[in-house]
Ligand binder design. Structure first.
Ligand code: AR6
Length: 231
């Protein structure tokens, strides 16, 4: 409980320290912070129905593996609601493992409005996408493509036409995108997680051995992509 409190405080401090740059300059909108930060949603746990307890174990395992390889860069797990089950599971498990709360924390907010509404500047955001890398389809994918405008779809197409489960692709965001100018996001990393939802094409028929393997691979691809940007 104590480490939760500490973590909460850390996040608040992060918020406070970001109040000032917001006013910075009308032209660039955002005075960019020097701390590279990746905000990522919980891959596969909503529309793709992946078990939350298993997913939270994998998130914490992968964060622990990568967090110290990333220098001063930060990782932030984001979900829409303060009451998000995945956020509380991950927060508790990360605290048990004593993961540095300055380098990894959870945050409730819309991933497309982290700076403008939450005061948290994230230079890179991850998208839980579909295999066609297409806008729409609901969830975080629809939100990110819609907020980023057509520039993201165009920039994505240049990189790839489709994605396999467990893979991620880094897309530099054109400065014409509102996510760039308003939120200070320079890259979007699309990630395709395992699909456990039998109502969706190519589901894994509840095979969690394969599912966990693909989810681990998805987080490795995502964090490798972020490490590449940071370098
Ligand atoms: N900001 C932050 N987190 C969000 C937002 C948002 N705007 N929207 C959703 N989440 P999901 P999946 C959280 O369903 O399970 C899509 O249709 C959400 O609460 O977006 O990987 C794609 O096209 C959950 O914690 O992704 C694929 O076909 C997390 O983001 C399919 O769904 C992921 O939820 C992918 O399913």
């Amino acid at each position: 409980i104590q480490s939760h409190a500490t973590k909460e405080k850390d996040s608040n401090q992060v918020l406070e320290s970001r109040e000032e740059p917001k006013m910075a300059s009308a032209g660039s909108n955002i005075s960019l912070e020097n701390t590279p930060t990746l905000a990522f949603p919980s891959i596969s746990t909503a529309d793709f129905h992946f078990n939350l307890d298993k997913a939270s174990d994998i998130i914490v395992e992968k964060v622990e593996e990568y967090v110290n390889k990333l220098g001063n860069a930060r990782l932030v797990l984001v979900d829409l609601s303060q009451n998000s089950k995945i956020l509380s599971l991950v927060k508790a498990k990360a605290a048990e493992k004593n993961i540095d709360t300055k380098k990894f924390f959870t945050f409730a907010g819309n991933i497309t409005k982290l700076y403008s509404e939450g005061g948290l500047h994230c230079t890179v955001i991850a998208n839980a996408t579909n295999w066609r890398l297409k806008p729409g389809g609901g969830g975080v994918n629809a939100a990110i493509f819609s907020a980023a405008g057509p520039a993201l779809e165009t920039a994505t197409k240049v990189r790839a036409g489709s994605l396999n489960p467990g893979k991620a692709i880094v897309v530099p965001l054109p400065s014409s995108s509102p996510l760039f100018s308003r939120e200070g996001v320079t890259h979007v990393i699309h990630v395709l997680g395992p699909n456990m939802n039998s109502q969706r094409p190519n589901h894994l028929n509840n095979d969690y051995v394969k599912g966990c393997q693909i989810l681990r691979e998805a987080y490795s691809s995502l964090f490798d992509g972020f490490a590449f940007i940071v370098r």
